[in-house]
Design a protein around this ligand. Structure first.
Ligand code: FES
Length: 198
């Protein structure tokens, strides 16, 4: 591992899983990263920010990391995926994300700091199941013909677009939550803090 890739004492890099690219369903594999730590280290790590290298994340790829015991998706949306966002306002509960399910830095049309990179907690806002990737359009992914791509919660059918915004007439009340995060460099993402070096 290169120097840059090694763990920083205060900010342990906790990469947990990588999911598939190009519209293929996400596959998640958990890594038991806490088992080798002392109790005090474990407690610190449980609330610590998580630093992630996003430099190799290709368009269409989704990476899952764990932060505070929750799965956080880092999703590099392709241009085509981003183009779907402006077409969905009428179908969404909170298209402008006015219910504050994201930090101020992400209160915009893409719900992100970098337009292509969505950072969002992968837990359904209904009862906490983990939504699945449904990146292909319509019936190709077993969805209705008008489906443009996004996520589907397998528990009670809530669906979310590529910005984690929930569709109308579904049980989930709000958009997926965007955690505090910032970019330390062009490719180093820090999840858990809003400000660089805070
Ligand atoms: S937990 Fe997701 S729809 Fe109920």
């Amino acid at each position: 591992m290169s120097k840059e890739g090694k763990m920083n004492c205060g900010r342990r890099q906790l990469i947990v899983a990588t999911a598939a690219a190009g519209g293929v369903g996400a596959v998640t594999t958990m890594v038991p990263f806490l088992s080798s730590m002392l109790p005090s280290e474990r407690a610190k790590a449980a609330g610590a920010p998580v630093e992630v290298d996003v430099g190799n994340l290709a368009p269409g790829q989704l990476l899952t990391v764990e932060w505070r015991g929750k799965p956080v998706w880092i999703f590099n949306r392709s241009t085509e995926m981003l183009e779907t966002l402006a077409k969905l306002d009428d179908a969404l509960v909170d298209p402008k994300s006015e219910k504050k399910q994201q930090p101020d830095s992400c209160a915009n049309a893409t719900r992100s700091i970098k337009p292509n990179l969505l950072v969002v907690i992968g837990i359904c806002t209904h009862l906490g199941c983990s939504p699945s990737s449904k990146f292909k359009k319509g019936i190709e992914d077993g969805m209705p013909p008008e489906w443009l791509g996004g996520f589907l919660c397998p528990c009670h059918g809530s669906s979310f677009d590529f910005a984690g915004r929930v569709f109308k007439n579904k049980p989930a009340p709000t958009n997926l939550e965007v955690p505090p995060h910032t970019y330390l460099t062009e490719t180093r993402l820090l999840i858990g803090e809003d400000k660089k070096g805070a």
